[in-house]
Design a binder for this molecule. Sequence first.
Ligand SMILES: Cc1cc2nc3c(=O)[nH]c(=O)nc-3n(C[C@H](O)[C@H](O)[C@H](O)COP(=O)(O)OP(=O)(O)OC[C@H]3O[C@@H](n4cnc5c(N)ncnc54)[C@H](O)[C@@H]3O)c2cc1C
Length: 343
Amino acid sequence: MLRAFPVADTVRFFDEIGVRLHEEAGGKLFPVTSRARDVLEALLREARRVGAQLDAGQRVLEIDRVAGQFRIVTPTQEVIASHLVLATGGQALPRSGSDGAGYAFAARLGHTIVPATPALAPLVLDAADAVHAALSGVAHDVELSLRVDGTIAMRLAGALLWTHFGISGPVALNASRHWLRAQLEGRAAALTANFYPGRQFDAVDDEWQARARSAPRASVHATLSTIVPASVAASLLRRLEIDGAITLAHLAREDRRRMARALVEWPLPVVASRGYTFAEATAGGVALAEIDAATMRSRVCPGLSIVGEVLDVDGRIGGFNFQWAWSSGFVAGRALAKGAARA
Ligand SMILES: Cc1cc2nc3c(=O)[nH]c(=O)nc-3n(C[C@H](O)[C@H](O)[C@H](O)COP(=O)(O)OP(=O)(O)OC[C@H]3O[C@@H](n4cnc5c(N)ncnc54)[C@H](O)[C@@H]3O)c2cc1C
């Protein structure tokens, strides 16, 4: 589906409707004007140009099958249609209107719904057992690992942002769906941070020994502050009950090894996510096996197509969720247009 309408086609499409895009660090694409409203206005202009009739501002309350057609009920009208594209989104940011109503519509039309959880959501840490509160606003690179039932299920590296409630930033947001899925399945999930991304205990312990030889009079805090921000170094050492002021020459072997082990596997006691109100996407939704990938048509309900986030698809940070919405919408639209041309 993504190949049917890839990023290059998306950039061209937006250019054609008057939204020039520019690329920022990490390959992220934004309108040159940096205004979300410009994207909205261009899409509305294009919809009007091609003759679409928009009936915005009213909620669909009910969708039924009546004599092989769809009956769509809103507070003010009833629409009968031979074809229906369900594009109701997930549950993230429910005040935008995407509040999960689409799952009930899809289920009523015969679809299986994979239970949903927030995705790309900040994570709440146990206040009694974590260092986050004192570090609110500090960001740095880490590697997160998630053990599910004792086995590594996910490793992700990137920027972590400490907040007053726990953790956020790209790496925490990307990890959230994995922790939440494990919770949903009733499995034991444990998240840890490695402050030396990609390195393990032996390598870190060796490095601290080498540093003790090359700079024996450097303090433990100053040395750790070359790896993580100074405030983080202070919090970690306090938690480990290691005096940051002592020199590397005086750091006891046992403390050095205990610290090296903690630095590659720092427990992050997640208790919850911040939920749909703060999530950027939803994991779960309409089961993909029930959708024909070439057309986005339902395999269980003739005349129905389903696109975007209401489906059981979620991507990591970086525009993948938007691209999924654009691409699946394009595939559905193209198939419907071909069908209409044949009719
Ligand atoms: C804060 C935030 C930031 C995000 N940032 C990014 C990002 O940087 N990159 C990225 O790729 N993705 C991002 N996303 C995710 C992205 O916005 C979604 O994946 C994408 O918009 C999904 O498109 P969609 O058309 O399937 O659903 P939506 O955009 O959710 O649209 C669904 C529409 O259906 C309407 N609707 C739902 N139910 C009904 C009903 N019963 N009656 C009438 N209308 C209804 C809703 O009002 C809504 O307008 C972000 C999401 C949020 C919340």
